[in-house]
Design a binder for this molecule. Structure first.
Ligand code: COA
Length: 254
């Protein structure tokens, strides 16, 4: 069974993270598949809406840490960047159904979705600092903007999880549902959108996003440079070694 499932029906392409045994953590190969699926959804005239989802128990544990250390993102052509650029510039409606943990990119990808439906078990976190890294996916721009600076700083500097109700309050999610209903609800909303005139949807989204689009893409590039530099530094090495050794990292001497 593939780690990414793609299913298109009735104008809706559903992209499912399907690597439950590793908590839907995302490898470089999976980013490549995600980027290809998003590209296909953009190009295929029969696809009018795309939906990202995981499982009722977990959306995504973020980057697969082992794979990430073996194949660190190398630049603009890397699969992770292709995926993030793909969702940041996706012209059609993009929805997400999120249940359980959504760590790192599992949360930051949601800032590029138009509608987000969360299970009441959803736990969002952006622990980049705790890993000796910095935010990605333009989250250093979009989080303070959406949450307000102080709540944004709390989410990005402390990196602690926040639950579905808090995500609803700051506007990251549209609605909180029982986990068994989040995916079906997202599908129902996607079907409603798929029945609307695509050109109007695309134009409306373009108009809502156009003011900020260049800034978002520039921020992603700046973050990428910092991220790659920090990845080589001792704090990240200690954080990732600690993860692999199943212990708490010790930053006291760094
Ligand atoms: N990369 C690689 N493997 C991961 C992973 C990741 N990001 N997240 C989880 N796994 C692995 C675990 O190591 C564990 O493997 P094991 O069975 O060989 O011990 C397995 O998936 C199950 O994870 P576990 O931690 O036991 O599940 P949980 O339900 O207790 O917790 C999470 C789920 C998502 C909260 C927790 O796994 C977690 O915090 N993961 C790391 C998240 C992270 O730091 N991501 C990086 C962001 S850049």
């Amino acid at each position: 069974m593939s780690d990414i499932k793609v299913h298109a029906e009735g104008g809706v392409m559903t992209i499912t993270l399907n690597r439950l045994e590793r908590k839907n953590s995302i490898t470089s190969a999976m980013y490549g598949m995600l980027a290809d699926a998003i590209h296909a959804a953009q190009e295929d005239a029969n696809v009018r809406v795309a939906v990202l989802q995981g499982h009722e128990t977990v959306f995504s544990a973020g980057n697969d840490i082992g794979d990430f250390l073996n194949q660190p993102p190398a630049g603009k052509d890397s699969p992770v960047f292709r995926f993030l650029h793909g969702i940041a510039t996706f012209p059609k409606p993009l929805l997400a159904a999120v249940c359980g943990p959504a760590v790192g990119v599992g949360t930051t990808m949601l800032f590029h979705c138009d509608l987000v439906y969360a299970g009441d078990n959803a736990a969002f976190s952006m622990p980049f600092v705790n890993l000796g890294l910095c935010p990605e996916a333009a989250s250093s721009l979009l989080v303070p903007q959406m949450f307000g600076y102080h709540r944004g700083a709390e989410a990005l500097l402390l990196g602690e999880p926040f639950m579905a109700e808090a995500a609803l309050e700051v506007g990251l999610v549209n609605r909180v549902l029982p986990p068994t209903e989040a995916s079906n609800f997202a599908q129902a909303q996607a079907k409603k959108l798929a029945a609307k005139p695509l050109s109007s949807l695309v134009e409306t989204k373009r108009l809502m996003k156009k003011g900020q689009q260049p800034q978002v893409l520039q921020q992603m590039q700046d973050e990428g440079e910092s991220f790659r530099r920090l990845l080589q530094e001792p704090a990240a090495k200690e954080a990732f070694t600690a993860f692999m050794e199943k212990r708490k990292p010790d930053f006291s001497k760094l």
